[in-house]
Design a protein around this ligand. Sequence first.
Ligand SMILES: Cc1cc2nc3c(=O)[nH]c(=O)nc-3n(C[C@H](O)[C@H](O)[C@H](O)COP(=O)(O)OP(=O)(O)OC[C@H]3O[C@@H](n4cnc5c(N)ncnc54)[C@H](O)[C@@H]3O)c2cc1C
Length: 335
Amino acid sequence: MNPRTDKQVHHRTGWVPLMDIANPSEEHAMLRELVRDFVKEQVEPQALECDRDEKFNLDLFRAMGDMGLLGLTASEDYGGAGLDAIATVIVHEELSASDPGFTLAYLAHSMLFVNNLEHNGNDSQRERILPLVCSGEWVGAMAISEPDVGTDVMGLSTTANQREDGSWVINGRKMWITNGCIDEEGTPADVVWVYAKTGINDRGKTEISTFLVEKGMPGYSVGQKIIGKTGMRGSNTAELVFENCVIPEANLVGGVGDAMIHMMRNLELERLTLAAMALGISRRCLHEMNKYATDREAFGRRIRDFGQMQRYIGESWAKYRASIYLRYCYKFGIR
Ligand SMILES: Cc1cc2nc3c(=O)[nH]c(=O)nc-3n(C[C@H](O)[C@H](O)[C@H](O)COP(=O)(O)OP(=O)(O)OC[C@H]3O[C@@H](n4cnc5c(N)ncnc54)[C@H](O)[C@@H]3O)c2cc1C
């Protein structure tokens, strides 16, 4: 591809060459190389075993803190990398081409918690907590879902009531929480971004607020580590219990009833990175599919020489290429 010609075409038609979309700047290309090397040297060798044993690799996760990848979108003032949405897509795509379970734990921490705090927390919350989560000293999680409520967020039943001294008391259970526990002993996440019902607003609608619950706060514990998942086994998924859990007033995020704004601001990027994970997974599937079709022989020929196999691979390739455009055109505003 001739880059100059591509650029001219881009100006005339709005068409953007594929490689420019996936790595729109030198910084993005360098980030991709950095993560690819890390994946090859450290992620791939442990992926199968962690998947088999349903084990979250905390040391590997903390190594990402040393590389500056845990606070990808957080401000550099607090130990983050201050990068953009494309950078988050690159990291999730590259990691999940090798280990989607580990990537989900990374996503829950860096997108669902860190990015949320960066955008919705106040200065003192950011100053106190962001350096700890950007370095990997603390593992973060985010808890919306409950045993009876997933998609229907407004139906959640965990409550938070304010006491006279300003502190809050949370009661309820959260289910399917990635990083809810961080090891086999059921040690809870160091900090959880918790959504809880604080009342009914003046339009008669459920009012939901956001709280930062930290390890050691009375009444916060792990109910169970969920085992036997059919996928994402390299990440821990847990039930969290809040039983008369007392939270200082300073750990309310934003104002009372602000949670929907927090969810919408943050899920936008979380959904994009989840889609980037699908891209990494499909890239790996294509690679494995191609390799098998090359190695396997039937009727004295490689099975990739049969039309039916070529159709499977060709159609998968076309969908994969379309997915690249769908993920990365976000940056160019082509929707
Ligand atoms: C591995 C894993 C990790 C997770 N990590 C987290 C986490 O870190 N934090 C967290 O809070 N949650 C987490 N979850 C929970 C996840 O967010 C929920 O599973 C998800 O929101 C769906 O909720 P549900 O499973 O209760 O499905 P339901 O809400 O019961 O939905 C069941 C089906 O009905 C469909 N449906 C529901 N409502 C409608 C509608 N109005 N119109 C059409 N179809 C509808 C859904 O699309 C779905 O197919 C995790 C789940 C898994 C499996």
